[in-house]
Unconditional design. Structure first.
Ligand code: SF4
Ligand code: SF4
Length: 445
């Protein structure tokens, strides 16, 4: 198989970054990749999807990494996993890797170990230049589930129609399940037995970077990784609900310019010329003299360390930074003068945020279970699925079916052109197309 053939298989299967980013995977493949890094950090607390796949499918992951190395001409593939999770790996498979190009690299139990800039540094010692993509340092970063999806596409011709999801938080039992893409999240939670949501809110994703779920409209997508249930009064929910204007008002009243938000920022600590306290000061005081205070936010990964760990005044620098980053992207504004850091800041070692510290600061210690069951035998049969046309970075997919068409599970229903940034969508059930609108293709049984 050559690079173009693999890209076609991955595009046809509709594979995008399953860890949450949703970048079309075939567009990452390049003959310039020297090292493939598998993001097995699973650094957001309470998330267990990658744990399950690593535990049950390590050999399939290794086979796929060997294929990726062959096709792209990469010299090695490194699985970056926290030491505390090494016990998940099949010891026979690990032993078989001795001296091969697929390597296991223990990374520290810190947050955000899964940020691609941090992960690249922790696994290879390389620092991705500001505003650049990993391939500029010869690296491709790929999530565990994404690799497994490639395995299924190559070996079984299976497109992405199901998604691994952890359900947890303020519930008796946390579980990991395999859910049909397009199933309403409210139906999924009810079918899985999570019916008592009175006084609770649901987060799609982790407690740091997740988003509040709208149970009326939100559905499973190719990037849904966790559904975490917390009391609506919990600080996590209050932080997510806070409008950016409130953060700015708080900043203008309470920011003491202590610079801790910048001092603790993982990207600043890796040498990036990024100081978010300057953003807070400029945004809260209407100070427009230094344009860099605004454009630097293109470097923010939204990890939330500045808000949850650093700031003692309850201001949310990450909210302000991500709002500005989004605005820059919407207006097509790019930051100039990106630099290549030549060293990490010496204070980094003493400012790393351990997972334990993060769990305590988030106030979720009581929600951490000693065991999370993977309930792969739990089957879901939604009466209808809502296949979103945009579940990924890039252009939305265009429908290739019409109302009244009969479709079967795995059948193509929408696609972006192969040369554009985007991917394909498939039906996750057998049924009939009952509606096509600007957001969904609705398929009913
Ligand atoms: S969210 Fe805060 S800590 Fe994280 S990268 Fe952005 S500015 Fe830095
Ligand atoms: S940590 Fe909080 S108080 Fe300190 S500079 Fe940043 S936003 Fe202001």
């Amino acid at each position: 198989m050559n690079l173009e053939e693999l890209q076609k298989i991955v595009y046809d299967a509709g594979i995008v970054g399953a860890g949450g980013a949703g970048f079309p995977t075939h567009k990452k493949f390049s003959d310039k990749v020297e090292q493939i890094i598998v993001n097995a950090a699973e650094c957001e607390p309470l998330m267990m999807v990658d744990h399950h796949i690593l535990e049950c499918h390590l050999q399939e992951l290794v086979d796929t990494l060997n294929l990726l190395c062959d096709v792209m001409g990469a010299g090695e593939a490194i699985i970056g996993i926290k030491g505390k999770n090494m016990h998940l790996l099949d010891t026979k498979v690990v032993a078989s890797l001795e001296g091969t190009r697929v390597k296991i690299k223990e990374i520290p139990d810190i947050y955000p170990a899964g940020d691609e800039v941090v992960l690249t540094y922790e696994t290879t010692g390389k620092i991705i230049p500001e505003g650049a993509i990993p391939v500029m340092v010869g690296v491709m970063v790929i999530n565990v589930e994404t690799v497994f999806n490639i395995y299924k596409a190559v070996n079984n011709s299976t497109p992405v129609v199901e998604k691994y999801i952890t359900i947890g938080g303020d519930v008796k039992e946390d579980i990991t399940i395999l859910a049909p893409v397009g199933m309403k999240l409210s139906d999924l939670l009810a079918s899985a037995g999570y019916t008592d949501l009175k006084g609770k809110s649901v987060v799609n994703g982790g407690p740091m970077m997740g988003k509040l779920v709208n149970l009326e409209t939100d559905v499973v997508t190719k990037t849904t990784k966790g559904l975490l249930i917390f009391p609506t009064t919990h600080g996590i929910i209050q932080r997510m609900k806070m409008p950016v204007n409130t953060a700015i008002k708080r900043g203008s009243a309470a920011c003491c310019n202590c610079t801790m938000c910048s001092d603790m920022c993982p990207r600043h600590l890796l040498g990036y010329n990024f100081e978010v306290h300057k953003t807070v000061r400029a945004a809260t005081h209407g100070d427009v003299r230094d344009v860099n205070s605004f454009t630097q936010n293109a470097l923010c990964c939204g990890c939330g360390v500045c808000s949850v760990i650093a700031c003692q005044q309850g201001i949310l620098p990450s909210k302000i930074a991500m709002e500005i980053k989004g605005s820059l992207a919407r207006h097509g504004l790019k930051r100039q003068n990106n630099i290549q850091p030549d060293h990490v800041r010496p204070e980094r070692a003493s400012r790393l945020v351990s997972s334990n510290k993060l769990i305590d600061r988030l106030g979720i210690r009581r929600y951490v279970k000693s065991h999370v069951d993977a309930k792969m035998d739990m089957k879901f049969t939604p009466s209808a699925v809502y296949i979103e046309l945009k579940q990924h970075v890039g252009a939305p997919a265009a429908p290739v079916v019409n109302v009244g068409d009969k479709v079967s599970k795995g059948q193509l229903v929408a696609a972006t052109p192969v040369d554009a940034l985007g991917t394909c969508m498939h039906s996750s059930i057998d049924g009939t197309v009952t509606e096509v609108n600007g957001r969904f293709i609705v398929i009913s049984r």
